[in-house]
Design a protein around this ligand. Structure first.
Ligand code: NAD
Ligand code: DAU
Length: 333
C-alpha cells in the first residue's frame, strides 16, 4: 500500500492522520481529496514534505474526479464528512449529500478499481447510553442514531457493509469516540471553550452539563486506523476508544482551571435538541486482535498541550471566531 487517498485530509482528524503517516510510515504517498469547506484548511497540512503529498481540492461526490484518483491508488481512508451535530440540526441537507452520497461515490470507485477502503465512522451510530448504565458500546451494539449527522454516518456504514457483501469490496469500518487535539475546528466543544476564554467570552455549557463523552487523543485515533488498514480483517468493524469517559462539566472545569479561571466562570445555555446523554467505547476487539493501545493516556496532559496549541496558534483560528460565535448566538447557544 504505497499510494493512499485520504478524503477530508484537510480537516481535523484527517490532517492529523496525514501528519502521523508522514512521520511514522516512510515510503507511503498520500493524495488528499478535500473540498475545503468551512471545516477544511490547506494550512493544516503545512510541514508535510511535498514529495509525500498531493493535494486535490475537490468533492467526494464528483464521480469523474473520484474515478480518476482511484485508478491510481492502492487504498483510500475516508474521513471526509459534514461532522458537526449542531450544524446538521440547523441544516441537514449538505450532511446527507456528503456523508451518504459521497460515501456511495467512493464505494463505486473502490469497486471498479479494486481499491482497499477504510471507512471512518463514529460511536454516535449506536445512539446513547444512560449515565448509570454499566454497558459500553461494542461492535455488536444495535444501530440507534439520534441526530441528522449520526443517522447519515449510520447510513454510510450500511452502504460499506453492503458493498463488501454484495460486490466483494475490500473494506473495513472503524467507529471512534470523541477526538481532541490540534487543528480541531473551534465550533467543537473543547476548542470553542479554549478560544472563548482567550477572547474574553464566557464558555458555554449545554443543558445540565452532565452529558458524558469518551475522549481520545487524535494521534491515538491515527495509529488505530493505520493498524486496521494494514492488518484488519476485510468486512470487519473495529471500535476505537481510550477509556476516556468524562462529563462535559468535568472537562470544562479542567479547561477553566488550566487557564487560570474560576470554576463557575461560564454560562449555561440552551440544550442541543435530541442531545445524546453518554457515549462509551469498549475497544477490546481492536486491542486483542490487532494489539493496538493508546499512547496518550493522561487526559490532563493532553488537554494542557491542546490548550497550549490554541494559545500558540491564534492566527490559525482567529479569522473564524466571530462567525462561529454569531451562529451559536443565533441558536441561543
Ligand atoms: P472536520 O469537519 O474537521 O473535517 C471534515 C473535512 O472533510 C474538512 O476538511 C472538509 O473540507 C472535508 N469535506 C467535507 N465535505 C466534503 C466533500 N463533499 N468532499 C470532500 N471533502 C469534504 O471533521 P473531523 O472531526 O476531522 O471528522 C473526520 C471524520 O471522522 C468524519 O467522518 C467524522 O464523522 C469522523 N469522526 C469524528 C470524530 C470527532 O470527534 N471529531 C469522532 C469519530 C469519528
Ligand atoms: O462521538 C464522536 C463524535 O464526537 C463525532 O462523530 C462528531 O463528528 C464530533 O463532532 C463529536 O460529536 P459531539 O456532538 O459529541 O461533539 P461536540 O464537540 O459538538 O460536543 C461535545 C459535547 O459538548 C456535547 O455533549 C455537546 C456539548 N457542548 C458542545 C458545544 C459546542 C457544550 O456543552 N457546549 C458547546 O459549546
Amino acid at each position: 500500500m504505497k499510494r493512499i487517498i485520504v478524503t477530508g485530509g484537510a480537516g481535523f482528524i484527517g490532517s492529523n492522520f496525514v501528519h502521523w503517516v508522514a512521520e511514522h510510515q516512510p515510503g507511503v504517498h498520500l493524495t488528499v481529496l478535500d473540498k475545503l469547506t468551512y471545516a477544511g484548511n490547506r494550512a493544516n497540512l503545512a510541514g508535510v514534505p511535498d514529495e509525500r503529498l498531493t493535494f486535490v481540492e475537490g468533492d467526494i461526490c464528483d464521480a469523474a474526479l473520484v474515478d480518476e484518483l482511484f485508478s491510481a491508488a492502492d487504498a483510500c481512508v475516508h474521513f471526509a464528512a459534514e461532522s458537526h451535530n449542531d450544524n446538521s440540526i440547523a441544516d441537514p441537507s449538505p450532511v446527507v449529500r456528503t456523508n451518504v452520497e459521497g460515501t456511495f461515490t467512493l464505494l463505486e470507485a473502490a469497486r471498479k478499481h479494486d481499491v482497499r477502503f477504510h471507512h471512518i465512522s463514529t460511536d454516535e451510530v449506536y445512539g446513547d447510553l444512560a449515565l448509570d448504565d454499566p454497558a459500553r458500546f461494542t461492535e455488536e451494539t444495535p444501530y440507534r442514531p439520534s441526530s441528522p449527522y449520526s443517522s447519515t454516518k449510520a447510513a454510510s456504514d450500511m452502504l460499506v457493509r453492503a458493498w463488501v457483501r454484495t460486490y466483494g469490496v475490500r473494506a473495513t469500518i472503524s467507529n471512534c469516540s470523541n477526538n481532541y487535539g490540534p487543528y480541531q475546528h473551534i465550533e467543537k466543544f473543547i476548542p470553542r471553550q479554549i478560544t472563548n476564554i482567550v477572547s474574553g467570552i464566557r464558555p458555554k455549557l449545554y443543558g445540565d452539563g452532565k452529558n458524558v463523552r469518551d475522549w481520545i487523543h487524535t494521534e491515538d485515533h491515527s495509529s488505530a486506523v493505520w493498524e486496521i488498514l494494514m492488518r484488519g480483517e476485510i468486512g470487519e468493524t473495529y471500535l476505537i476508544g481510550a477509556d476516556g469517559e468524562r462529563s462535559n462539566i468535568e472537562v470544562l472545569r479542567a479547561i477553566l482551571s488550566e487557564m487560570g479561571c474560576a470554576a463557575d466562570d461560564f454560562d449555561w445555555v440552551r440544550d442541543r435538541p435530541g442531545h445524546d446523554r453518554r457515549y462509551a467505547i469498549d475497544s477490546s476487539k481492536l486491542r486483542r486482535e490487532l494489539g493496538w493501545s493508546p499512547v496518550h493516556t493522561d487526559f490532563a496532559e493532553g488537554l494542557a498541550a491542546t490548550i497550549a496549541w490554541y494559545r500558540d496558534n491564534e492566527d490559525w483560528w482567529r479569522g473564524a471566531k466571530e462567525a462561529t460565535e454569531a451562529k451559536y448566538a443565533a441558536q441561543g447557544q
